[in-house]
Design a protein around this ligand. Structure first.
Ligand SMILES: NC(=O)c1ccc[n+]([C@@H]2O[C@H](COP(=O)([O-])OP(=O)(O)OC[C@H]3O[C@@H](n4cnc5c(N)ncnc54)[C@H](OP(=O)(O)O)[C@@H]3O)[C@@H](O)[C@H]2O)c1
Length: 204
């Protein structure tokens, strides 16, 4: 498996730290040229390599860590997403439910990446927590995963485990979305209140 993180801001860098901690290769990209990202990538670790967006999109598995509205621009960068897994770590902050046509944000994003397997995940922890070692208090910090592609969640769950997290499969996007439904239904899967996110540590 090859991995890329698109978006190298707070969440992209937090995830890059997780890959670097386990010596797993990952490419990182944004709209800026790789030379602009390289010093920060190198500072995180030798397995984190900055590339152009086009080159980064050669990876099998792409983590989307851009502002919500930018997902469409990323989706346009490939003529077909067939064969790719997209891990959607975005949150639709500031977007009104009616702008999503009644869809959960994850389903809305999935529509833009035609042909890809989309897994919602790594979106429920604030960047400062996501960046820290997920092995805490003798357990593993939880990440919630959901997808409409049944066979897409397992490889992402394996990646989460390799990174030191405890993956919790929530089921399909609308089932995962229900986990956050009480407070912010349109935000999509597993947008749980902060105290739940940070306290969610389990033994594997
Ligand atoms: N911050 C958090 O604690 C947190 C927690 C959970 C989820 N999230 C979600 O994660 C996503 C990223 O948030 P963030 O806080 O990391 O934002 P951020 O710090 O503003 O970083 C966004 C990154 O996306 C890149 N970018 C923007 N448009 C792009 C495009 N069209 N193509 C490629 N790269 C693009 C930006 O770089 P360039 O300007 O160089 O392109 C930047 O590196 C958001 O959807 C947010 O809701 C954030």
């Amino acid at each position: 498996m090859s991995y890329a993180i698109v978006g190298f801001g707070k969440i992209g860098q937090a995830l890059a730290h997780a890959f670097a901690r386990k010596n797993i290769n990952v490419t990182v990209a944004s709209r800026r040229p790789p030379e602009a990202l390289a010093p920060q990538a190198r500072a995180i670790g030798p397995t984190v390599v900055a590339k152009s967006l086009q080159d980064a999109l050669e990876a099998d598995t792409i983590i989307l860590a851009v502002p919500f509205g930018e997902h469409r621009e990323v989706a346009k960068a490939l003529p077909s997403w067939k064969g790719k897994t997209v891990i959607d770590a975005t949150n639709a902050f500031g977007v009104l439910p009616e702008e999503l046509g009644g869809l959960l944000s994850s389903a809305y994003v999935a529509r833009a990446f035609t042909g890809a397997k989309l897994v919602k995940g790594f979106n429920h922890l604030v960047a400062a927590i996501l960046a820290t070692d997920p092995v805490v208090e003798g357990g593993h910090r939880v990440v919630f995963l959901s997808s409409d592609d049944e066979d897409a969640i397992s490889p992402v769950a394996d990646l989460a485990k390799q990174l030191g997290f405890a993956p919790v499969k929530l089921g399909k996007l609308n089932e995962g979305g229900r986990a956050g439904a009480r407070t912010r239904p349109h935000l999509g899967s597993a947008h749980l209140p902060g105290f739940v996110q940070e306290a969610a540590v389990i033994n594997l």
